[in-house]
Design a protein around this ligand. Structure first.
Ligand SMILES: [Zn+2]
Ligand SMILES: [Zn+2]
Length: 383
């Protein structure tokens, strides 16, 4: 007699069960994708769709906002300069006359460079491809302008134009940064960073004295009120300190006329601390200068990196993507760091750093911005 035992194989059952579930999930996923598949659909397209309201806002209002921004930059710059003269000048004059003259010269050199490069950045056209002209090197057609697009040209949706060597649209300049004004834009930022660093370095002691040392005056109203400083005081009937400026008003008992009162030595820093508006101005300067230093300092570092690599901000983004796809990709406009900087600053045709960068200069970059040498066809002695 044979006895048959039935043994249930749990392991096998579990495997089959899992396989079935997996298969069902795949089936559902395939069904979903077959119903929703779109060849034009990609992550970038989805992001573009989601950002559509932002694009709409930029397209319609960036023009107006740009004007407001330029106005704000101008007002802010003049406010900072005015405060530097109002507070910084007397402070340094009291300390050292020669140093003050030196600071005024350096400060004004920075100011002239800031104003010049900002103004030129705002009014100089970045360069646009000519309409209706043949451009032999045109790499593609702009979908929005329906016209040939030279290499390194990109369409700006705010300006609604193609821009040569486009870097980005700058609302602070109310202008596109491109081939013909990129140098002005960059040097404006550099001089601005230098300017606020200058103010911070030579104003830090004022800030320290005003906001730290004289922050909590123990004598209350006496220190806060500039009218009381340097004068003997007496209490009036309401118990408020009032200055005694005229010796005839001295109280004969408490302040005999013959008594010579010691006059405390008042420093300019104490005078600033005691002046409500000067104190507020110092706080304003501290906040403004540090914010500008952080914001523009970061931008200068980013742009310097791009210039060293011979790419615009747009290209930096594109080239990064290209390198991800193809490890052998090389930026065709990277001629080496030294040459990239010389081309960017327009230091060709015997121009010098001393005259053409350290002082305002209206020289244009070499070339038209329409055609470009690439590393494959660059001439050895170019530029
Ligand atoms: Zn275009
Ligand atoms: Zn633009």
């Amino acid at each position: 007699m044979v006895i048959i035992y039935w043994r249930f194989n749990w392991k096998r059952f579990y495997e089959i069960f899992l396989e079935n579930i997996r298969w069902k999930i795949q089936q559902l996923s395939l069904t979903y994708h077959s119903l929703t598949f779109n060849t034009h659909m990609s992550k970038n397209y989805a992001i573009d769709c989601l950002l559509e309201p932002v694009f709409w806002f930029v397209d319609n209002f960036a023009g107006y906002l740009g004007k407001v921004f330029v106005f704000c930059v101008t007002i802010l710059t003049f406010a900072v300069v005015a405060i530097a003269y109002w507070i910084g000048l007397p402070y340094w004059w009291e300390r050292n006359g020669y140093m003050t003259v030196f600071l005024v010269i350096v400060g004004n050199w920075l100011l002239i460079n800031i104003l010049f490069h900002y103004y030129m950045g705002v009014v100089t056209s970045p360069g646009h491809p000519p309409h209706g002209a043949m451009i032999a090197e045109a790499a593609s057609i702009c979908k929005k302008c329906i016209s040939p697009k030279p290499p390194r040209t990109h369409h700006c949706s705010v300006c609604d134009k193609c821009v040569l060597g486009m870097d980005h649209h700058c609302p602070w300049l109310n202008n596109c940064v491109g081939y013909f004004n990129a140098r002005y834009f960059f040097l404006y930022m550099v001089y601005m960073v230098a300017g606020v660093t200058f103010l911070i370095v030579f104003g830090i002691d004022i800030g320290y004295q005003v906001l730290w040392v004289n922050d909590s005056p123990g004598t209350g109203e006496l220190i806060d009120d500039p009218d009381l400083i340097g004068h003997p005081v007496r209490l009036n009937k309401s118990g408020v300190f009032v200055p005694v400026k005229d010796s005839a008003l001295y109280d004969e008992i408490n302040f005999p006329r013959q008594h010579i009162l010691p006059t405390p030595l008042i420093t300019e820093a104490q005078r600033i601390s005691a002046h409500t508006w000067k104190r507020k101005a110092v706080v304003f300067m501290a906040i403004t200068c540090v914010s500008v230093l952080v914001a523009l300092g970061t931008l200068v570092i980013m742009h310097s990196k791009n210039i060293s690599c011979g790419e615009t901000s747009v290209e930096a983004h594109i080239n990064k993507e290209m390198k991800k796809r193809n490890k052998n990709f090389r930026n065709p406009y990277n001629y080496g760091r030294r040459k990239n900087w010389r081309l960017f600053l327009g230091l060709t045709q015997n121009r010098t750093f001393l005259i053409h960068v350290l002082f305002p200069s209206r020289h244009k970059p070499k070339g038209t911005g329409l055609t470009w040498h690439s590393i494959n066809n660059a001439l050895k002695d170019w530029p």
